[in-house]
Design a protein around this ligand. Structure first.
Ligand SMILES: [Ca+2]
Ligand SMILES: [Ca+2]
Ligand SMILES: [Ca+2]
Ligand SMILES: [Ca+2]
Length: 335
């Protein structure tokens, strides 16, 4: 099934509801140790996965229902679509469970990119009376129409799980709407340490594990420091901390002079001046070699390859690109 949206109308009324760094004047509960809270969250999440089944409609909207006594429904924990990712944060290893309902057919964003997503956020609570457990779910956030989110500006759980999915395809309709198809769709179960933890949020208790049903329609690569190299290409190992070539405490994706040699990266990755190579020449090397685009006549994008190293090698994948090499001077100096 397709999702159809009037894109122009969709941002009204929905702001950055789950950015982490709001400076509202509120009293903050003194934080409990992350490890102590995670031990509780682990049990709560596993318990929910064991005691609930999920129904998924044609547009990948999910409903979680408690398995009744004697019920034979397949629990979420038993579903083949359930996967997990272990994430190091706060000096502990979190296990993030997620349901891959559909992977998507397009590209994966990274945790430093922007994602065009719709989502529904739930919390849940268990009460026990006369030996009977009852779960109450509460929807605290609902963006039925997609909106752009920066994956490094929202809760950590999002930045870890959304990149496990791919975008879809879209077509513009004659009535002004846009149809999306084959988009990624899933559910993530986030321990509070990768959510809001002790931050008071509207309708979310402190230390609450969060459940998000989401769909990933589109994504956009970013260049945080404006140096001409996409953040995804200079972040480094996404499973660890961001690379900082010159060790000045500013990671490469935020550092406009990555090797700290006083020459800005955006100049060091330039091809020789147009004066030397002719009009219409692309000034910036691609990060990796790319195929020639026949539409840009007079420009051979594939030659001379990607950003070269000091010796001019623009193809070897492991080469030290010259903007990361303090000893490699830019190929020209009149800028
Ligand atoms: Ca950059
Ligand atoms: Ca740096
Ligand atoms: Ca940089
Ligand atoms: Ca430099």
């Amino acid at each position: 099934m397709k999702s159809v949206f009037k894109i122009a109308l969709l941002v009204v009324g929905i702001t950055t509801l789950f950015s982490c760094n709001k400076s509202d004047d509120v009293s903050i509960t003194p934080p409990r140790p992350y490890s102590e809270v995670y031990e509780e969250d682990k049990i709560k999440i596993k318990d929910f996965l064991d005691t609930h089944y999920v129904t998924v409609d044609a547009d990948f909207n999910t409903t979680f229902t408690q398995i009744p006594a004697g019920g034979t429904q397949q629990s979420i924990f038993e579903m083949p679509e359930l996967e997990f990712k272990d994430v190091e944060a706060n000096d502990i290893t979190y296990r993030l469970y997620y349901l891959k309902l559909r992977e998507g057919s397009g590209v994966n964003p990274t945790r430093v990119d922007s994602a065009f997503v719709s989502y529904k956020g739930n919390t849940f609570m268990k009460t026990t009376a006369a030996g009977v457990d009852t779960y109450t779910q509460n929807v605290f956030e609902f963006a039925q129409s997609p909106e752009w989110e920066t994956l490094d500006g929202v809760i950590r759980g999002w930045g870890e799980i959304i990149p496990e999915f791919k975008t879809g395809t879209y077509t513009s309709n004659s009535d002004g709407t846009i149809s999306f198809d084959d988009y990624g769709a899933g559910v993530m179960f986030i321990p509070s340490g990768l959510g809001y933890f002790n931050l008071p949020r509207p309708s979310i208790p402190v230390y609450a594990p969060l459940i998000f049903n989401f769909k990933l329609y589109n994504q956009r690569y970013r260049d945080h420091d404006g140096d001409g190299i996409l953040s995804k290409d200079e972040y480094g190992d996404f499973n660890g901390i961001a690379t900082d070539t010159d060790g000045d405490g500013i990671p490469d994706y935020l550092d406009p002079d990555d090797d700290g040699d006083g020459y800005l990266t955006k100049f060091e990755i330039r091809k020789p001046l147009p004066l030397l190579t002719g009009q219409g020449t692309s000034l910036i090397y691609p990060f990796n070699p790319i195929v020639d685009d026949p539409l840009t006549t007079g420009v051979d994008e594939s030659e001379p390859k990607g950003i070269p190293d000091a010796s001019g090698d623009g193809t070897t994948p492991t080469r030290l690109r010259r903007h990361l090499d303090r000893n490699a001077k830019p190929p020209y100096n009149n800028y």
